[in-house]
Design a protein around this ligand. Structure first.
Ligand SMILES: [Mg+2]
Length: 215
C-alpha cells in the first residue's frame, strides 16, 4: 500500500513549466528575501522602494532595501543564464518587489510560498519539479532549508539584512559564476562556493581546474 501510494505521489506532483528548454542553457533560481533584498515594516534610515499590498484581507506597507550590487548582479546573470525567482513569501508580497528588479522576470518564472513543499513546518524548494534537467538548475538562497531536497544544486549565500558594505553578490557570487558557468559542473561550483563561505582562498583551485580542463 505504501509502495502504491508513493508510486502515484510521484506523478501527482505538479510540474513547474518554464517553457521550452534551450539545450545546454542553465537555469539559476534565486531566492528573494535576505538574498536579493531586505524588507521591513518600520521605516529604515535608507530604503529603495515602498510597496503597498493586500494579503488575506489585510493591508500592508513594506520598505524595501536592495542588496548592494543586486542590479548589476541580475543584469550580468541574465546574459548567461535563464533566471527564476523562487520565494517562500506570498505572491501578493513578492510580485510588487519582483516588478522593481533591474531585469524583467516573466510571471512564468516566478514561484512563491504555495510552490514550496512543506515538511516539518519548513518551506523547501524542490528543484526536481521544474521542466528542466536537474543537472542544469542551481538555487541561490540564504537558507540551507530551501535546498534540503537537492543540496548539490544549491549555493547558500550570506544572509543580508541591510548592511551597506556587503559585497556578496558582486564580489563573491558573480565572478565565480562567470568564470565557471560552462566548464565546471554545478557540483564543483557548490564546492567552490562552500569553500568561499569558509573564507578559504580557492582562486588557485579554480585556475587549476580550468587549466586541467582546457589542456
Ligand atoms: Mg531568503
Amino acid at each position: 500500500m505504501v509502495i502504491y501510494s508513493s508510486f502515484f505521489w510521484i506523478f501527482e506532483q505538479p510540474q513547474y513549466d518554464l517553457g521550452e528548454y534551450v539545450y545546454g542553457k542553465k537555469t539559476i533560481v534565486l531566492d528573494l528575501d535576505e538574498t536579493l533584498i531586505h524588507s521591513c515594516s518600520k521605516e529604515p534610515a535608507h530604503y529603495d522602494h515602498l510597496i503597498n499590498f493586500r494579503d488575506n484581507g489585510q493591508s500592508y506597507r513594506m520598505y524595501i532595501q536592495k542588496r548592494p550590487g543586486v542590479d548589476t548582479f541580475l543584469k550580468e546573470l541574465s546574459k548567461m543564464f535563464e533566471i527564476c525567482i523562487f520565494t517562500a513569501s506570498t505572491k501578493e508580497y513578492a510580485d510588487p518587489i519582483i516588478d522593481k528588479l533591474s531585469i524583467s522576470i516573466p510571471h512564468s518564472h516566478r514561484f512563491y510560498r504555495n510552490h514550496c513543499t512543506i515538511k516539518s513546518g519548513m518551506y523547501i524548494k524542490d528543484l526536481s519539479r521544474f521542466n528542466r534537467p536537474i543537472s542544469s538548475i542551481l538555487l541561490i538562497d540564504n537558507s540551507p532549508v530551501s535546498v534540503k531536497f537537492q543540496p548539490e544544486n544549491g549555493i547558500i549565500c550570506k544572509t543580508w539584512t541591510g548592511g551597506r558594505n556587503d559585497r556578496e553578490l558582486t564580489s563573491r557570487l558573480l565572478p565565480t559564476l562567470f568564470w565557471v558557468f560552462i566548464i565546471i559542473n554545478w557540483k564543483a561550483l557548490v564546492v567552490i562556493c562552500s569553500c568561499q563561505s569558509l573564507d578559504m582562498d580557492v582562486n588557485h583551485l579554480i585556475i587549476a581546474w580550468i587549466c586541467r580542463i582546457m589542456s
